[in-house]
Design a protein around this ligand. Structure first.
Ligand code: BGC
Length: 726
């Protein structure tokens, strides 16, 4: 339909009909207008697949098997692949399945910056670097939206903690905001053409983000030219006047008093009283109609989608393979060699745990999930004896979010607006009884380890810790895993340690003693198979960390500067020094740096050549690097380009990621990688000029295998200043 036709449609709507379209009339749906063939608008979580279906007005699982669906990689795992094609393919599956399940909008992807390792929702996000986030979110959004489905990029903005999330007022300086916390959203909007954005729960400058004028009308619409739909987070709206005037288009919540939502009867009253012009409502409805039109919801010519397609399982397996990060491999313990008749012992609750139903709104009722234990058993084959010892108990079935097994018991989300506080107490330490029970499990595992030919430990976190609504209190491994791992390593120094988690854990208790450490994430329904393939050498690991793994929480900037999790106010005192920008610049040792990940082969970097053909109008710098696989196994290496401003007038981090490329290499093969930089790659945000600014001067181009392993360097000079729109 043309714009005029949409306007004509709008003109035929009554005020009530219009209001029905801008607020939830069910938990995940707004009202349609049947007489004019305007369908209701249906949303679903996101981001690790299409969430199970709830009843229309209650948080009861509808109890069907029709919503068993693909369980995709968490966004941290996607980011760990450093492969934008994988982000695109993941988006395509998500979009196709959302359509297949009859949804119009998938509440994904989540891209908040990982400011601290403790944020409970980090696993839903794409790491600590704005460039990496931007490079991954754009293809993911495109992949989703190719399917006549809207993405809903969330949570806009500075939603970096769960503690007090509904009320916390974030204070962040303008430079950090523009350089770190916003670029992912800007890229999603400007390069990915995202059709929708979800406002965050928290406040910024005293006003909730879901109706924050500066954020939504100022930054999102005026600065970036966004013309899509702003959806509130569920229960993130708190004021009718602000919701009406400050840029929110669709109010959603967790309660069933739909007529009382701020943008329902209360807004109607303000319109009828002449306080809010009806044109304000019209503007929102027009945006929604426009979105519906783009999704072919109004002309019937719509892609129908499908879900659980077999070929997508293969894509998810391929993605999971590239997400595994090999952290340590002393004496080439890995890959493991399987011999006939061998006894393989697998220890650890995460080996046998299905993670899909956990995490909060990111929960998935997976069609199936290959756990690490299943993956290992399937791969090791029939001639091998695989046994499992739990080693410790996490004292939870599935997890607290998994209410599908309970009869008509409401989801946590029903009371999530009031019960925020109670959720924060969940992570108690073990009771004496639990400790005694775990001691027995520990002993049993240690005894079994003595007898086995190979021992693989699979522990880490689960969705008790990596979860919506609550942050971790520290980086320590839960369930006293440190002492268990230490005991196991004493009897089996060759034990392989696998960490499954969405965020870094403190590994000091075993990092030096263990010979092989592997980081696996919530890697989707094929994650366990992919992990096994890496362990047994069917796949050469190529994942790299999308976030720094610090040694301990005491070293992390949000902790050092003291304002995490704060109370009702949080100030990001660390400013631009988040993640590696802090560790590298201040020389703080870390466990594993940003961008780190080794492989079963070695890569040699050589012949850095810089070509600078910049003009007064634009920067055009190309870096050419030769990368050679000098080992015996085919693999993939991610070449990272960091820029260091050598004579900047302002303080800048010692290096910032500005380009990368993942390249596949056979043994002995060399390839030349070409990386291109434009003016953006040299900018910082200049608060006085109110724009991004690249100063004339010298810059060092640093090529590395990770942020702390810079292999090649060369300087480049920019002869002119450049400005880039904020
Ligand atoms: C979460 C959102 C989610 C929404 C709907 C909220 O609790 O913050 O990410 O999309 O619920 O389930």
């Amino acid at each position: 339909m043309e714009r005029e036709q949409l306007q004509d449609l709008l003109a035929r709507l009554t005020l009530d009909e219009k209001l029905g379209m801008i607020h939830g009339n069910e938990l995940f749906r707004t009202k349609g207008v049947e007489r004019l063939n305007i369908p209701p608008f249906t949303t679903s979580d996101g981001p690790m697949g299409v969430r199970k279906d709830y009843e229309k007005t209650k948080w009861f699982d509808i109890g069907t098997s029709g919503d068993q669906t693909s369980y995709l990689l968490s966004n941290t795992a996607v980011a760990a692949t450093w492969n934008p094609d994988i982000a695109y393919e993941s988006g395509k599956i998500l979009g196709k399945e959302a359509r297949g399940r009859g949804k119009d909008m998938i509440l994904a992807p989540g891209i908040n910056l990982q400011r601290t390792p403790l944020c409970g929702r980090n696993f839903e996000y794409m790491g600590e670097d704005p460039y990496l986030v931007s490079e991954m979110v754009v293809p993911m959004v495109k992949g989703i939206e190719e399917n006549d489905v809207s993405s809903c990029v969330k949570h806009f903005a500075i939603n970096n903690q769960e503690t007090n999330r509904l009320a916390v007022d974030v204070n962040v300086d303008e430079r950090a905001l523009r350089e770190l916390y916003l670029p992912g959203f800007k890229a999603a909007v400007q390069k990915g053409n995202a059709k929708a954005i979800m406002g965050a729960y928290n406040k910024w400058n005293g006003t909730h983000c879901c109706h924050n004028n500066e954020l939504l009308n100022g930054i999102l619409r005026d600065d970036w030219g966004f013309d899509g739909v702003v959806v509130s987070d569920w229960g993130g709206t708190h004021d009718t006047m602000e919701a009406a005037m400050n840029g929110l288009d669709m109010e959603m919540s967790v309660t069933d008093n739909f007529d009382e939502y701020y943008m329902a009867n209360p807004l109607k009253k303000l319109v009828l009283d002449g306080v809010v012009p009806e044109a304000v409502v019209d503007e929102k409805v027009l945006r929604i109609l426009n979105l519906m039109n783009e999704l072919h919801m109004l002309d019937g010519d719509r892609y129908q989608g499908s879900y659980n397609d077999i070929e997508d399982k293969v894509k998810m397996l391929e993605a999971a393979r590239e997400s595994v990060v090999l952290l340590k491999n002393e004496n080439h313990i890995l890959p493991l060699t399987v011999k006939k008749g061998m006894n393989i012992l697998v220890v650890g609750d995460n080996a046998n745990r299905c993670q899909a139903p956990g995490g909060g709104s990111a929960e998935i009722k997976a069609l199936y999930e290959v756990t690490p234990l299943l993956g290992i058993t399937m791969l090791a084959g029939g001639d091998v004896n695989v046994t499992f010892k739990k080693g410790y108990d996490a004292f939870t079935t599935g997890n607290i979010w998994d209410d599908s097994h309970k009869e008509k018991e409401e989801s946590w989300q029903a009371t999530s607006l009031e019960s925020q506080a109670s959720r924060e107490d969940y992570m108690e330490s073990l009771t004496p009884e639990q400790e005694a029970a775990n001691k027995l499990l520990n002993d049993e595992a240690v005894e079994a380890a003595k007898q086995a030919d190979l021992v693989i430990y699979v522990g880490g976190l689960n969705h008790e810790q990596d979860t919506e609504g609550r942050d971790r209190k520290d980086m320590k491994l839960p369930y006293e895993q440190d002492s268990l791992i230490q005991r196991l390593l004493e009897v089996r120094p060759d034990m392989v340690v696998v960490m499954v988690s969405g965020s870094p854990v403190d590994m000091r208790a075993f990092k030096d003693k263990a010979s092989a450490i592997v980081q696996s994430w919530y890697a989707g329904m094929e994650g366990g198979r992919a992990l096994a393939e890496v362990l047994f050498g069917k796949v050469n690991p190529s994942g790299k960390l999308p976030e720094t793994f610090p040694l301990c929480i005491e070293d992390t900037p949000a902790n050092v500067y003291g304002d995490f999790p704060g109370d009702t106010n949080v100030t990001y005192h660390e400013g631009i020094y988040v993640g590696y920008r802090y560790y590298s610049t201040k020389g703080i040792p870390v466990a594993y740096p940003f961008g780190y990940g080794i492989s079963y082969t070695d890569y040699e970097y050589s012949d850095l050549r810089i070509e600078n053909t910049s003009s007064q109008d634009e920067v055009n710098v190309k870096a050419y690097i030769t990368v050679k696989n000098t080992g015996k196994m085919a693999g993939k290496e991610t070449v990272q380009l960091y820029v260091h401003a050598l004579d900047s007038k302002v303080e800048r981090p010692v290096r910032e990621l500005r380009a990368f490329a993942k390249v596949a290499l056979n043994p002995g093969e060399s390839k030349t990688v070409e990386l291109t930089l434009n003016e953006e790659a040299f900018t910082y945000f200049d608060v006085n000029k109110d724009c991004f600014f690249a100063e004339a001067g010298s810059y060092e181009i640093q090529i590395g295998a990770n942020v702390e392993d810079i292999r090649l360097k060369e300087s480049v000079v920019l002869d002119w200043d450049y400005t880039v729109m904020k």
